[in-house]
Design a protein around this ligand. Structure first.
Ligand SMILES: Cc1cc2nc3c(=O)[nH]c(=O)nc-3n(C[C@H](O)[C@H](O)[C@H](O)COP(=O)(O)O)c2cc1C
Length: 420
């Protein structure tokens, strides 16, 4: 993707949008009817960045991904004030006392010119767990933010009553949608939480059944990339009542080994544990996963109002455009915000608009999913290339013989005969 110019011009201040909210309670089992009804006025800027996802209209497709940038009221409010289309709060569970974090919990990979390790951060590893703040406090803060599009991220143990209680409590705050964290790569697999569910389709089917029988707002299933075929759990989630897929969570990683101490990083009292990798370095992997899910959704769920929220290494409007070209309705950013701050959204919006102007796209829907059709099998690439070579050979290039010489440019005319 060519680099895109930065022209600050977004004028879609969230403060201008009305805060009216209507919510339809769904009848049990008919999850497809669950749509949010928060409708914002469209941004005046052209091209139009606004998107409507599962009935929720956002001024732009940029959503704060669950993590530190959505950890409390202050930072979430800041995200809205800067103009983010929506915020997904840090994942909550019923009992925050069971969530015990360690320090340090981050490690960074830097890369500069000629292999220097002193350059910009390209990879970020964390061994951070879900929110360790008491649920009651998080819920109180959700209520304070209810004029904006707020999505609660939730994760619970393998216990139907627990999931039902958590859903009930987060919904009472007035959140607009739920993202279910089926993808946290570390921390609590022994409690059948996070990726332990997203990596087991039978478990996922059962838990999605519980969740979607209870939830009355749209539900997105957040997928782990730490699995052979990400389309399998994504399909199960959609077949079992979820309205959307979010992908990817972090990629299982070991950031490195300190060659002086021989200890792994990040090092906690001399020891470490594999963590989750994010930021620029994961973007190509995220593109591949989103492409697979986008293709699957197009082929198998096209006629339904399902949504795809893409995540992984987004720092520019070009990164976002790539995800949208693979079928994403919204684009989440987590580590990018940790590195560049909440104001990043203005750059993302203007760069995405520049891309749209270049191609004369006036809305996101106009180009969403447009690149999916260009992915095929390797066998098909071979067939296409052989066909193209045959066609090129069939086209006679250059002069056929000496009798065709014009007398202008003897060298060029002579060489053109070689290719015949
Ligand atoms: C420090 C940190 C904490 C995170 N915590 C959560 C979390 O609580 N819940 C969740 O669903 N994802 C969490 N994530 C994953 C991100 O939401 C996102 O899926 C991933 O980092 C890839 O996107 P990015 O490259 O934009 O960060 C966390 C990521 C980081 C870096």
């Amino acid at each position: 993707m060519a680099s895109l110019g930065f022209t600050p011009q977004i004028n879609s201040s969230v403060a201008e949008f009305p805060a009216t909210r209507l919510r339809r309670r769904q009848s049990c089992g008919s999850s497809r009817n669950r749509v949010g009804f928060r409708v914002f006025a469209q941004a005046a800027a052209e091209p139009d960045l606004s998107v409507t996802v599962n009935g929720l209209t956002m001024p732009n497709p940029f959503v704060i991904g669950s993590g530190p940038p959505g950890t409390n009221y202050i930072v979430m409010k800041r995200a809205f004030d800067e103009g983010w289309g929506a915020v997904i709060a840090k994942t909550v569970s019923l009992d925050a006392a069971k969530v015990v974090n360690v320090t340090p919990r981050y490690a960074r990979l830097k890369a500069g010119p000629n292999g220097s390790t002193k350059g910009q951060i390209i990879g970020w590893q964390n061994i951070e767990l879900i929110s360790d703040r008491p649920l009651e406090i998080m819920l109180k803060e959700f209520k304070q933010l209810k004029e904006r599009i707020l999505i609660a991220s939730i994760m619970e143990e393998y216990n139907k009553a627990g999931w039902e209680e958590l859903i009930d409590r987060v919904e009472q705050t007035g959140i607009d949608a739920i993202e279910v964290n089926f993808s946290c790569p570390h921390g609590m697999p022994e409690r059948k939480m996070g990726a332990a569910v997203g990596q087991d389709c039978a478990l996922l089917e059962e838990v999605c059944g519980w969740i979607n029988a209870k939830a009355t707002v749209p539900v997105w299933a957040k997928m782990t990339p730490n699995i052979t075929d990400i389309t399998q759990p994504a399909r199960v989630a959609l077949q079992n009542g979820c309205e959307g897929i979010a992908a990817i969570n972090t990629i299982m990683s070991v950031m490195g080994i300190n060659l002086d101490t021989l200890r792994p990083e990040p090092c906690v009292e001399g020891y470490s544990t594999p963590g989750g990798y994010s930021a620029k370095a994961v973007h190509p992997i995220a593109l591949a996963k989103v492409m697979s899910i986008g293709k699957m959704m197009k082929q198998e769920f096209q006629d339904k109002e399902y949504s795809l929220s893409a995540i992984g290494g987004v720092e520019t409007g070009a990164d976002a455009a790539e995800f949208i070209l693979l079928g994403a309705n919204t684009v989440q950013v987590c580590t990018g915000v940790m590195m560049h701050g909440y104001g990043l959204v203005k750059k993302l919006c203007s760069e995405l608009q520049e891309f749209m102007k270049k191609h004369n796209f006036s809305s996101i829907e106009e180009f969403r999913g447009s690149s999916l059709e260009y992915f095929t099998t390797h066998m098909d690439l071979v067939r296409r290339q052989q066909e193209a070579i045959r066609e090129r050979k069939a086209v006679k290039k250059g002069l056929q013989s000496d009798k065709d010489w014009t007398g202008d440019g003897f060298v060029t005319e002579t060489e053109s005969m070689v290719s015949n």
